[in-house]
Design a protein around this ligand. Structure first.
Ligand code: PLP
Length: 545
């Protein structure tokens, strides 16, 4: 008998398997699910007249890869909220079993337990809001504790739970499922326990795409555990828990070409979190600040006064007096939002300029994700699929003095053409967006000698696209980049950026000539996008104001 069978509600074990139509099979006529046979009248959602896959294999596989676990140990749920509910419904008998929590913590654990009629046994963090494993074990002594929820880092206090403590608690409570909720794990230094769920038979790890992957509205999360526990969750799941558009959104956002932009966003949020931590920590009226996840937990002296000031600035935060006197949970927002928050605390520094843009561009031929920041020189991470093109784009960003994170999954097996051109379009679009109203920007140029080569790029960010390319190449390709595409790149860029771009290049060596064009483009852009008269006010390349 597996642990799951031993701990599960007997009536769940006795249930017959759910009888549903199952996943569609290509080439079959589907008259088994009472669906409407006509395509939906919602544009861009062709398949939603059909029921979705109850457990989409591709997404399950992708999430398993993301968290480094076998697919059969992972169950995709409608947000990790749903995983909490499924666990409680699968294992807790009303009026008999109990659920353990460590307060103050995420309210859903106790909420779902009460809906199911399970008792809630609460331990507490220490008065310093630290996690004390011995105190937790002492509080969890009663029998029939089916589930113990450990949130790490904890919402709302940010307290991390040392993975060694989770292992120790799981070993000490062999007849309890210990659930490590890692909703904010991506924002924490603590290593994930996901790969240990299964090898440790009573450990369950919860993950979500809501926080780090920006998909709160799609409701996609998962539970990772021994397959016998996963099997039990499947029995309690509703027949079609995951809406088709949510499955599609999750697969799109977890595309490999999206990952560099996710990583860059997480890094930015952490840098902003640390900036807020530093500034709010020194603020009068703020007794203590902790950082965890993508949020801060403050303990303030006069919460009512703060509430008024935040309300006046139309800033919403969560007051958590029960978690700690004067407790306030504040989510880390964009730079501009955080600046508004600091202003509400009376910390009125000049707002840093924020000229950044993110572009995702998917066609049948390429999938591109790109983030650009004109006010930072780092990071530069470029993966076009064509190493020499990476090098050229890196030259543009390095000489342009801006940060560029770019990844493309393209049909390179057919031809580099689509990737090369689509990336140029995406880059131009991003530059245009990041420039905003382009105030104070005019005509700029740069001429660049490189050994025997002379390259010149003139740029006018006028909003009127025009491209002229004077020069020719003797070889068909340089480093896998077809030279015939070089003029196309400048044209695509001019069109999407809305700029007049004049390029002139002559010399002997095609490698120098191509590289000269890109470097000169970077140099011309550097002056074109610079904010006039405020060089010293720009954020440093380290991103610290
Ligand atoms: C936000 C949050 C969740 C819920 O995530 P969803 O996947 O959106 O349901 C779970 N646990 C904690 C601790 C959270 O803060």
């Amino acid at each position: 008998m597996s642990l799951a069978e031993r701990l599960a509600r007997p009536e769940i074990l006795a249930l017959p398997a759910v009888d549903i139509a199952g996943a569609p099979v290509a080439g079959t006529i589907r008259l088994d699910a009472n669906e409407n046979p006509f395509e939906s009248l919602v544009s861009g959602q062709p398949a939603i007249n059909r029921y979705p896959d109850p457990q989409p294999a591709q997404l399950r596989q992708r999430m398993a890869g993301l968290y480094g676990v076998p697919a059969e140990s992972l169950w995709v749920t409608r947000g990790s909220d749903d995983a909490i509910d499924l666990l409680i419904r699968g294992f807790c008998r009303a009026g008999v079993d109990s659920v353990g929590i460590v307060e103050p913590t995420f309210s859903a654990y106790a909420q779902f337990a009460r809906v199911q009629g399970a008792a809630v046994i609460a331990a507490r963090l220490t008065s310093d809001l630290e996690f004390d494993a011995d105190a937790v074990l002492a509080a969890m002594a009663p029998a029939a504790l089916k589930l113990l929820f450990l949130c790490t880092p904890n919402n709302p206090t940010g307290t991390p739970v040392d993975p060694a403590d989770v292992r120790r608690i799981a070993a000490a409570l062999p007849d309890t499922l210990v659930v490590a909720d890692e909703a904010y794990g991506e924002f924490s230094n603590c290593p994930s326990l996901a790969a240990e769920a299964g090898p440790i038979p009573n450990l369950v790890v919860l993950k979500t795409l809501s926080k780090a992957y920006g998909l709160a509205g799609a409701r996609v999360g998962c539970a990772v555990a021994d397959p016998s526990i996963i099997d039990l969750l499947a029995r309690v799941s509703p027949p079609y828990p995951l809406p088709g558009p949510s499955i599609a959104a999750a697969l799109a956002t977890l595309g490999p070409e999206r990952m560099p932009v996710h990583a860059e966003r997480i890094a930015r949020l952490l840098a902003e979190r640390d900036r807020l931590l530093g500034q709010l920590g020194d603020t009068e009226g703020v007794r203590r600040v902790r950082a965890g996840g993508n949020f801060l937990f403050l303990e303030v002296e006069r919460p009512e006064e703060l509430a008024q000031r935040l309300a006046a600035a139309a800033i919403r935060v969560r007051f958590r007096a029960k978690a700690a006197p004067g407790g306030v949970r504040v989510t880390v927002g964009t730079e501009a939002e955080n600046q508004a928050l600091l202003a509400a605390f009376g910390l009125t520094r000049e707002a840093g300029s924020s000229r950044r843009a993110e572009i995702v561009r998917d066609t049948n031929e390429t999938r591109i994700a790109l983030a650009i920041d004109l006010d930072r020189a780092e990071p530069r991470r470029i993966a076009s699929g064509i190493p020499f093109y990476d090098h050229m784009l890196d030259q543009v960003a390095a000489h342009g003095g801006f940060s560029l994170v770019l990844a493309c999954e393209g049909d390179l097996t057919i031809d580099p053409h689509h990737s090369v051109e689509d990336i140029a379009i995406a880059l131009g679009t991003a530059l245009k967006q990041a420039l905003g109203d382009k105030r104070g920007i005019g005509r700029f140029g740069f001429a660049l000698p490189m050994d025997e080569t002379r390259a010149e790029v003139l740029i006018d960010l006028s909003g009127r696209p025009f491209a002229r390319f004077e020069g020719s190449f003797a070889s068909a390709a340089v480093g896998g980049l077809p030279t015939e595409l070089v003029p196309h790149i400048f044209r695509s860029l001019a069109d999407s950026l809305g700029a007049a771009v004049h390029v002139r290049v002559d010399g002997e060596n095609d490698h120098h000539k191509v590289e000269g064009c890109f470097k000169a483009l970077g140099r011309a852009l550097r002056t074109a996008v610079a904010l006039e008269g405020r060089g010293d006010a720009l954020p440093s390349t380290k991103g610290v104001l």
